[in-house]
Design a binder for this molecule. Structure first.
Ligand code: RB5
Length: 147
């Protein structure tokens, strides 16, 4: 599985640890930055990671900012992206089973690195349920173009 990862300054520390964790576990991971704790705009990293996932250059993306909110809102503007903001183990699994989320967003100022690693492992390790009702609902997300 190819994974794209990105963060702003609020998620930088978590991103560094998650990147190493995924590499150590044999995943192909590309780090889109940021590469220091200097203040940056989360938008730019969300778009880079989301575009890579949208173009199918990566299977999944992980985005971390202070709250995860800016990252998830921005990533969801990119065609084909279903970014899920997750801060607990239940929704880490549920969003893969139900929403087939292709980007995981988390808040580095909200959860510990230890919890973030557990969330990543569950989210990466859970496949979409492929149940008819969830397929139908994901299609409704994908096909909705707005008013
Ligand atoms: C940066 O201060 C902060 O606004 C950002 O990391 C994120 O929480 C935005 O949603």
């Amino acid at each position: 599985m190819k994974i794209a990862i990105g963060a702003d300054h609020g998620g930088f520390d978590h991103k560094e640890v998650i990147f190493k964790h995924l590499k150590d576990n044999g995943f192909e991971v590309v780090d889109f930055g940021t590469y220091s704790s200097d203040s940056v705009d989360y938008n730019d990293f969300a778009v880079k990671v989301a575009t890579g996932v949208s173009k199918k250059e990566y299977d999944r993306g992980i985005l971390i900012c202070g709250t995860g909110i800016g990252m998830s809102v921005m990533a969801n503007k990119v065609e084909g992206i279903r970014a899920a903001l997750v801060h607990d183990l239940f929704t880490a699994e549920a969003t893969r089973l139900h929403n087939d989320s292709n980007i995981l967003a988390m808040g580095g100022r909200i959860i510990s690195i230890e919890l973030a690693l557990q969330i990543v492992d569950i989210w990466i390790g859970t496949e979409f349920s492929n149940e008819d009702r969830h397929i139908r609902r994901v299609k409704k997300i994908n096909n909705y173009k707005g008013e």
